[in-house]
Write a protein that binds this ligand. Structure first.
Ligand code: F6R
Length: 246
Protein backbone atom coordinates (compact mmCIF):
# COMPACT_ATOMS: atom_id res chain seq x y z
CA UNK A 1 0.00 0.00 0.00
CA UNK A 2 1.45 3.33 -1.07
CA UNK A 3 0.40 6.92 -0.42
CA UNK A 4 -0.04 8.18 -3.97
CA UNK A 5 -1.09 6.98 -7.41
CA UNK A 6 2.36 7.97 -8.71
CA UNK A 7 4.07 5.67 -6.21
CA UNK A 8 1.66 2.88 -7.15
CA UNK A 9 2.62 3.34 -10.80
CA UNK A 10 6.33 3.36 -10.01
CA UNK A 11 6.21 0.24 -7.82
CA UNK A 12 4.13 -1.67 -10.37
CA UNK A 13 6.46 -0.61 -13.18
CA UNK A 14 9.38 -1.99 -11.14
CA UNK A 15 7.61 -5.37 -10.95
CA UNK A 16 7.12 -5.36 -14.73
CA UNK A 17 10.74 -4.41 -15.44
CA UNK A 18 12.01 -7.09 -13.04
CA UNK A 19 9.69 -9.61 -14.71
CA UNK A 20 11.07 -8.75 -18.14
CA UNK A 21 14.64 -8.99 -16.85
CA UNK A 22 13.92 -12.34 -15.17
CA UNK A 23 12.47 -13.63 -18.45
CA UNK A 24 15.57 -12.51 -20.37
CA UNK A 25 17.86 -14.01 -17.71
CA UNK A 26 16.04 -17.33 -18.05
CA UNK A 27 16.88 -17.36 -21.75
CA UNK A 28 13.60 -16.02 -23.16
CA UNK A 29 14.67 -13.76 -26.00
CA UNK A 30 11.17 -12.37 -26.65
CA UNK A 31 9.60 -11.64 -23.25
CA UNK A 32 5.81 -11.50 -23.17
CA UNK A 33 3.84 -8.90 -21.25
CA UNK A 34 0.12 -9.14 -20.65
CA UNK A 35 -1.56 -5.79 -21.14
CA UNK A 36 -4.58 -4.44 -19.28
CA UNK A 37 -6.48 -1.39 -20.53
CA UNK A 38 -8.70 1.05 -18.62
CA UNK A 39 -7.55 3.79 -16.26
CA UNK A 40 -5.66 1.73 -13.68
CA UNK A 41 -2.45 0.98 -15.65
CA UNK A 42 -2.15 4.38 -17.37
CA UNK A 43 0.37 5.73 -14.83
CA UNK A 44 2.32 2.48 -14.94
CA UNK A 45 2.63 2.72 -18.74
CA UNK A 46 3.85 6.31 -18.38
CA UNK A 47 6.56 5.18 -15.92
CA UNK A 48 7.54 2.34 -18.27
CA UNK A 49 7.80 4.80 -21.17
CA UNK A 50 10.20 6.87 -19.03
CA UNK A 51 12.24 3.75 -18.27
CA UNK A 52 12.47 2.98 -21.99
CA UNK A 53 13.64 6.50 -22.68
CA UNK A 54 16.23 6.19 -19.92
CA UNK A 55 17.50 2.96 -21.50
CA UNK A 56 16.53 0.84 -18.48
CA UNK A 57 14.35 -1.55 -20.44
CA UNK A 58 13.61 -2.28 -24.09
CA UNK A 59 10.36 -3.67 -25.45
CA UNK A 60 11.57 -3.85 -29.06
CA UNK A 61 11.73 -7.66 -28.96
CA UNK A 62 8.89 -8.14 -26.48
CA UNK A 63 5.38 -9.30 -27.31
CA UNK A 64 2.22 -7.83 -25.79
CA UNK A 65 -1.00 -9.77 -25.32
CA UNK A 66 -4.13 -7.80 -24.42
CA UNK A 67 -6.42 -9.14 -21.74
CA UNK A 68 -9.59 -8.47 -23.64
CA UNK A 69 -11.41 -6.76 -26.50
CA UNK A 70 -14.94 -5.55 -27.15
CA UNK A 71 -17.11 -7.46 -29.58
CA UNK A 72 -18.61 -5.66 -32.55
CA UNK A 73 -16.89 -2.28 -32.59
CA UNK A 74 -16.12 -1.05 -36.11
CA UNK A 75 -12.49 -1.56 -37.21
CA UNK A 76 -10.22 1.25 -35.94
CA UNK A 77 -12.82 2.44 -33.40
CA UNK A 78 -10.73 4.64 -31.05
CA UNK A 79 -12.04 2.82 -27.96
CA UNK A 80 -11.34 -0.68 -29.24
CA UNK A 81 -8.61 -2.05 -27.03
CA UNK A 82 -6.41 -2.66 -30.07
CA UNK A 83 -6.47 1.06 -30.84
CA UNK A 84 -6.05 2.04 -27.18
CA UNK A 85 -3.00 -0.19 -26.82
CA UNK A 86 -1.48 0.96 -30.12
CA UNK A 87 -1.84 4.55 -28.88
CA UNK A 88 -1.01 4.21 -25.20
CA UNK A 89 1.45 1.31 -25.14
CA UNK A 90 3.01 0.49 -28.52
CA UNK A 91 4.00 4.07 -29.33
CA UNK A 92 5.25 5.19 -25.90
CA UNK A 93 6.97 1.88 -24.99
CA UNK A 94 8.46 1.15 -28.40
CA UNK A 95 6.58 -2.15 -28.66
CA UNK A 96 6.35 -2.81 -32.41
CA UNK A 97 2.66 -2.86 -33.47
CA UNK A 98 3.08 -6.25 -35.18
CA UNK A 99 4.11 -7.64 -31.78
CA UNK A 100 0.81 -6.58 -30.21
CA UNK A 101 -1.82 -9.32 -30.02
CA UNK A 102 -5.45 -8.58 -29.17
CA UNK A 103 -8.39 -11.01 -29.04
CA UNK A 104 -10.47 -10.78 -32.20
CA UNK A 105 -13.84 -9.21 -31.43
CA UNK A 106 -14.81 -8.80 -35.07
CA UNK A 107 -16.30 -12.27 -35.67
CA UNK A 108 -19.84 -12.08 -36.97
CA UNK A 109 -21.06 -15.35 -35.47
CA UNK A 110 -20.62 -17.29 -32.24
CA UNK A 111 -18.52 -19.84 -34.13
CA UNK A 112 -16.22 -17.19 -35.62
CA UNK A 113 -15.71 -15.55 -32.22
CA UNK A 114 -15.04 -18.92 -30.57
CA UNK A 115 -12.51 -19.79 -33.29
CA UNK A 116 -10.79 -16.43 -32.75
CA UNK A 117 -10.66 -17.07 -28.99
CA UNK A 118 -9.12 -20.52 -29.48
CA UNK A 119 -6.59 -19.02 -31.89
CA UNK A 120 -5.68 -16.42 -29.25
CA UNK A 121 -4.94 -19.17 -26.71
CA UNK A 122 -2.75 -20.85 -29.32
CA UNK A 123 -0.83 -17.66 -29.99
CA UNK A 124 -0.13 -17.14 -26.27
CA UNK A 125 1.12 -20.72 -26.03
CA UNK A 126 3.29 -20.33 -29.16
CA UNK A 127 4.87 -17.22 -27.61
CA UNK A 128 5.84 -19.37 -24.61
CA UNK A 129 3.24 -17.95 -22.22
CA UNK A 130 3.00 -14.59 -20.49
CA UNK A 131 5.97 -13.53 -18.37
CA UNK A 132 4.34 -10.59 -16.57
CA UNK A 133 0.61 -9.91 -16.65
CA UNK A 134 -0.56 -6.38 -15.80
CA UNK A 135 -4.05 -6.31 -14.27
CA UNK A 136 -6.67 -3.87 -13.02
CA UNK A 137 -9.77 -4.85 -11.06
CA UNK A 138 -13.40 -3.98 -11.74
CA UNK A 139 -15.50 -2.39 -8.99
CA UNK A 140 -17.47 -5.67 -9.03
CA UNK A 141 -14.30 -7.76 -8.69
CA UNK A 142 -13.95 -8.63 -12.36
CA UNK A 143 -10.53 -9.55 -13.72
CA UNK A 144 -10.04 -9.01 -17.42
CA UNK A 145 -13.70 -9.05 -18.36
CA UNK A 146 -14.37 -12.17 -16.32
CA UNK A 147 -17.48 -10.94 -14.57
CA UNK A 148 -18.76 -12.40 -11.28
CA UNK A 149 -19.83 -15.98 -11.89
CA UNK A 150 -16.97 -16.73 -14.27
CA UNK A 151 -15.47 -20.21 -14.01
CA UNK A 152 -12.18 -20.13 -12.13
CA UNK A 153 -10.45 -22.29 -14.76
CA UNK A 154 -11.98 -20.53 -17.80
CA UNK A 155 -10.04 -19.87 -21.01
CA UNK A 156 -10.38 -17.07 -23.61
CA UNK A 157 -14.02 -16.80 -24.69
CA UNK A 158 -16.94 -14.47 -25.32
CA UNK A 159 -18.58 -12.97 -22.24
CA UNK A 160 -21.55 -10.68 -21.74
CA UNK A 161 -20.54 -7.48 -19.94
CA UNK A 162 -22.45 -6.78 -16.73
CA UNK A 163 -24.57 -3.62 -16.69
CA UNK A 164 -22.30 -2.27 -13.95
CA UNK A 165 -19.22 -2.70 -16.13
CA UNK A 166 -20.99 -1.14 -19.13
CA UNK A 167 -21.93 1.80 -16.91
CA UNK A 168 -18.39 2.11 -15.55
CA UNK A 169 -16.95 2.10 -19.09
CA UNK A 170 -19.56 4.47 -20.56
CA UNK A 171 -17.11 7.31 -19.80
CA UNK A 172 -15.06 6.18 -22.81
CA UNK A 173 -18.04 6.29 -25.20
CA UNK A 174 -20.59 8.90 -26.31
CA UNK A 175 -23.42 7.19 -24.43
CA UNK A 176 -24.24 4.04 -22.47
CA UNK A 177 -25.97 2.65 -25.56
CA UNK A 178 -22.71 2.88 -27.48
CA UNK A 179 -20.91 0.56 -25.01
CA UNK A 180 -20.72 -2.97 -26.45
CA UNK A 181 -22.69 -5.66 -24.64
CA UNK A 182 -20.11 -8.42 -25.17
CA UNK A 183 -16.35 -8.91 -25.15
CA UNK A 184 -13.73 -11.56 -25.77
CA UNK A 185 -11.62 -11.97 -22.65
CA UNK A 186 -8.77 -14.14 -21.50
CA UNK A 187 -10.21 -16.60 -19.00
CA UNK A 188 -9.25 -16.76 -15.35
CA UNK A 189 -7.30 -19.94 -16.10
CA UNK A 190 -5.49 -18.10 -18.89
CA UNK A 191 -4.55 -15.25 -16.55
CA UNK A 192 -3.35 -17.71 -13.89
CA UNK A 193 -0.95 -19.29 -16.39
CA UNK A 194 1.17 -16.10 -16.49
CA UNK A 195 4.43 -16.45 -14.58
CA UNK A 196 3.96 -13.23 -12.61
CA UNK A 197 0.88 -11.08 -12.00
CA UNK A 198 0.82 -7.44 -10.99
CA UNK A 199 -2.52 -5.85 -10.16
CA UNK A 200 -2.85 -2.10 -9.70
CA UNK A 201 -5.80 -0.37 -8.05
CA UNK A 202 -6.38 3.09 -6.74
CA UNK A 203 -9.32 5.00 -5.34
CA UNK A 204 -12.12 4.26 -2.90
CA UNK A 205 -14.31 2.83 -5.65
CA UNK A 206 -12.07 -0.26 -5.74
CA UNK A 207 -11.80 -0.80 -1.95
CA UNK A 208 -14.62 -3.35 -1.59
CA UNK A 209 -13.46 -5.37 -4.62
CA UNK A 210 -9.85 -5.31 -3.42
CA UNK A 211 -10.84 -6.51 0.07
CA UNK A 212 -12.94 -9.34 -1.40
CA UNK A 213 -10.17 -10.33 -3.81
CA UNK A 214 -7.32 -10.29 -1.30
CA UNK A 215 -8.98 -11.35 1.95
CA UNK A 216 -12.28 -12.90 0.94
CA UNK A 217 -12.89 -16.54 0.03
CA UNK A 218 -11.62 -17.78 -3.31
CA UNK A 219 -14.88 -17.59 -5.23
CA UNK A 220 -16.34 -17.04 -8.68
CA UNK A 221 -18.44 -14.27 -7.13
CA UNK A 222 -15.20 -12.25 -6.92
CA UNK A 223 -13.19 -13.37 -9.97
CA UNK A 224 -10.10 -11.42 -8.87
CA UNK A 225 -9.87 -13.69 -5.81
CA UNK A 226 -8.08 -16.18 -8.12
CA UNK A 227 -4.97 -14.12 -7.46
CA UNK A 228 -4.80 -15.98 -4.14
CA UNK A 229 -4.14 -19.13 -6.18
CA UNK A 230 -1.07 -17.68 -7.89
CA UNK A 231 2.42 -18.16 -6.46
CA UNK A 232 3.76 -14.82 -7.74
CA UNK A 233 1.00 -12.21 -7.62
CA UNK A 234 1.76 -8.66 -6.50
CA UNK A 235 -1.08 -6.27 -5.61
CA UNK A 236 -0.11 -2.58 -5.60
CA UNK A 237 -2.65 -0.24 -3.99
CA UNK A 238 -3.02 3.34 -2.93
CA UNK A 239 -4.41 4.11 0.53
CA UNK A 240 -8.00 4.59 -0.65
CA UNK A 241 -8.10 1.23 -2.45
CA UNK A 242 -6.55 -0.52 0.56
CA UNK A 243 -8.97 0.87 3.13
CA UNK A 244 -11.06 -2.31 3.39
CA UNK A 245 -8.08 -4.55 4.19
CA UNK A 246 -7.65 -5.82 7.75
C1 F6R B 1 -9.08 -3.97 -18.90
C2 F6R B 1 -9.70 -4.95 -18.05
C3 F6R B 1 -10.52 -4.61 -16.85
C4 F6R B 1 -10.08 -3.35 -16.12
C5 F6R B 1 -11.08 -3.02 -15.02
C6 F6R B 1 -10.72 -1.76 -14.28
O1 F6R B 1 -8.35 -4.59 -19.93
O2 F6R B 1 -9.57 -6.08 -18.34
O3 F6R B 1 -10.50 -5.70 -15.95
O4 F6R B 1 -8.80 -3.53 -15.58
O5 F6R B 1 -12.35 -2.86 -15.59
O6 F6R B 1 -10.86 -0.67 -15.13
P1 F6R B 1 -10.31 0.75 -14.73
O7 F6R B 1 -8.85 0.59 -14.57
O8 F6R B 1 -10.67 1.64 -15.88
O9 F6R B 1 -10.97 1.13 -13.46
Amino acid sequence: MLPTAQEVAERAARVVIEGVRAALASGRTEPVIGLATGSSPVGLYTVLAGAVEAGEVDFGRARGFALDEYVGLPPRHPESYREVLLREVCGPLGLPPERLHVPDGSGDSEEALAAGAADYERRIAEAGGVDVQILGIGANGHLGFNEPGSALTSRTRVKRLSERTRGDNARFFDSLDAVPTHCVTQGLGTVLDARRLVLVASGAGKAAAVAAAVEGPLSASCPASVLQWHADAVVVLDEAAAVGLA
